[in-house]
Write a protein that binds this ligand. Sequence first.
Ligand code: GAR
Length: 188
Amino acid sequence: MKQIAIFSSGSGTNAENIIKYFSESEEARVGAVFCNNPKAGVIDKAHKLGVRCIVFDPHQLADGYVLAKLKDCRADLIVLAGFLKKIPTEILDEYEDRVINIHPSLLPDYGGEGMYGMHIHRAIVENEEEETGITIHYVSDDYDEGEIIFQEAIEVDFEDSPEDVQYKVQQLEHKHYPEVIEYLLRDL
Ligand code: GAR
């Protein structure tokens, strides 16, 4: 059974969706959720679904504690889902080509430091963009710059609010992220 480790900092709708998707699988399951924010909604969502949550502080991310926990749970793939801290180089080196992220825009557009969540959807509406979408990519040392694995676009309607755009993007994320994870796990 392959083990997925999810990293999340926030509400955790993607984490919840991925845990549910793999709960029926005979190939893989979510072994643990890693969270840097003790107040994040993802902690409760993971516990309700019977998945343990490892909450850590910034020092523990950098000093080897998180890496040791990843090894403990024999993670095959690290899946970032709304995780807002940088992954240290030591972890990227140890899990080369096995750390992926989802980003709520069509990278390279609306990427980089400070570009996350509603900041992106607000900018999309303010700039009257006609489309947006999602990008799933490998994680590298620079924000949102790793090799792109998958993208899907959606139309932005003239009357869409940032919340409407967020909803549409979230639907896309929930549809595609588990499938892409499943596809990648087959080769690991
Ligand atoms: C998701 O839309 C994800 O793409 C985004 O944060 C949201 C987390 O939602 N990630 C980024 O913006 C990373 N730069 P969730 O906690 O409900 O899964």
